[in-house]
Write a protein that binds this ligand. Sequence first.
Ligand SMILES: C[S@@+](CC[C@H](N)C(=O)[O-])C[C@H]1O[C@@H](n2cnc3c(N)ncnc32)[C@H](O)[C@@H]1O
Length: 270
Amino acid sequence: MTDQPGWAPPGVDPRRANTARVYDYWLGGSHNFLADQDLGRAMAAIEPNVRAITRANRAFLGRAVRFLAANGIRQFLDIGSGIPTQANVHEVAQQAAPGSRVAYVDLDPVAVAHSKFILAGNAAAVAIEADLRAPETILTSPGIGRLIDFSEPAGLLLLAVLHFIADADDPWQIVATLRDALAPGSYLVVSHGTSENDPALAQAAEKLYNRSASSQAHARTREEILRLFDGFALVDPGLVYVPLWRPDSPADVPEHPRRFANLVGVARKG
Ligand SMILES: C[S@@+](CC[C@H](N)C(=O)[O-])C[C@H]1O[C@@H](n2cnc3c(N)ncnc32)[C@H](O)[C@@H]1O
């Protein structure tokens, strides 16, 4: 297509809203099309907190990566990594612990193309296109194998991605497959949309999103999300609404944390 911007790889359909690009729009990024903006605005009309939720999710990512770095983790596998924005995992990790290695994985060609672009010249980071629903493909990818040594503890980041995996694709088994490949002392970081606080709102948001987005969203209950951590031990404060996970300052905790519709947790494989 001749009217596509330079950052959009061939084959990208600008008329269909795309999960990575809608998220980029909410974060104030520039890698999105009108269809993404339309869906982003429609979602914001029924969930006015959606931009604050996405920013809170990114802030959690930063706190979690710094926590892992402080606990000795020097290699990170970030699946469903998205279109790079500010404070990406390699930036946070390599600032906290120089030399940290980061592998990004996403299904979306725009996310992967832009990740490759910003990682050019960074020998300690890589981006590959792969599907979380086929975890063995990720584990055996030569690109991942060059950076991630699965015999050493690693940080597995699954942020705002597992709610795009349907029950039929068994997200619990997917996480278990990845867990079994990790060395003891590794960490799992999850953020996941939940229906717990306001089931009617979650259902309305899901319905609207799923009508036009490239990936179908599935908000889950606390119990369903907790099961993703099977075989890991959650670190304090456990599975909590996103602003409540080890905030940098008490002033960062909003008045109604439950309105931040993502539950998050960090857990260690013993
Ligand atoms: C909401 S964004 C989250 C980005 C980033 N993890 C964060 O939390 O800021 C979700 C990302 O997951 C990706 N994604 C959705 N389904 C996926 C799958 N089956 N395999 C890999 N990536 C997937 C989308 O392309 C998108 O980039």
